[in-house]
Design a protein around this ligand. Structure first.
Ligand code: CDP
Length: 222
């Protein structure tokens, strides 16, 4: 953190940063780094949808059963899930199915908004943070990259966790998820009008972090 950012925070400024973007665009890494840089709490909202999907699968429910999903959302306890059971490929796919259900989205809005309402602010990443959850956030980033670059990143991530999958299979997953996330009627994946689009296709993680901090600082100053 540099002195300038610390002093801006010290003046009592509350800061909410919305980070949206498609699967494996690097938004989670960037959001985590922004949270550390500005000293803010961080919420990966994708995990909430992954928890709903996990609870459905653990209960042997049909993942397309909207009534069962609504029931799960109303009663689930976030502390009951280990993160490593949520990060797999199958859960990502199932999460995007339940995330298209309006009752699921509605049931998760309050948790996300109350996280963002913390006194110092927060960083949230997802698909609809800038458009639906925190439309008044002063700093909004829409992080993107080509499907091929995203598939290569996800391939490396899954291989690192011992989950075998081909590059082609992951690319197909990513294209299918993009279509489902962008095509749904409730809170589709899209950049807010006042979001800054950050294409990370040709950037290293460090370059993307610098670019993201520059964007947020410009928004805070403006
Ligand atoms: O890491 P990755 O981008 O693959 O997935 P994620 O961010 O954990 O999100 C998993 C799925 O949850 C996405 O494909 C979306 O369908 C859904 N999601 C959403 O609809 N809204 C959010 N705010 C976050 C995730």
């Amino acid at each position: 953190m540099n002195g300038n950012d610390a002093s801006m925070k010290g003046k009592g400024g509350r800061l909410v940063i919305a980070v949206d973007g498609p699967a494996a665009s690097g938004k989670g890494t960037l959001a985590r780094r922004l949270a550390a840089h500005y000293g803010l709490p961080y919420l990966d909202t994708g995990l909430l949808y992954r928890m709903v999907a996990r609870a459905m699968l653990d209960d042997d429910r049909d993942i397309h059963d909207a009534a069962a999903a609504e029931h799960v959302v109303a009663s689930f306890d976030q502390s009951g899930f280990a993160e490593e059971t949520l990060r797999g490929r199958e859960i990502g796919e199932a999460a995007s199915v339940v995330a298209a259900m309006p009752a699921v989205r509605k049931g998760l809005i309050e948790r996300q908004r109350s996280f963002a309402a913390q006194p110092q602010g927060a960083v949230l990443d997802g698909r609809d943070i800038g458009t639906v959850i925190c439309p008044d956030a002063p700093a909004k980033l829409f992080v993107t990259a080509t499907p091929e670059v995203r598939a290569a990143r996800r391939h490396k991530e899954l291989a690192g966790r011992g989950e075998a999958a081909t590059f082609e299979g992951i690319l197909a997953d990513i294209r299918r998820r993009d279509a489902r996330d962008s095509g749904r009627s409730d809170a589709p994946l899209k950049a807010a009008e006042d979001a800054v689009i950050l294409d990370t296709s040709a950037l290293t993680v460090e370059e993307a972090v610098v670019a993201a901090i520059t964007i947020v600082n410009a928004r805070r100053a403006g």
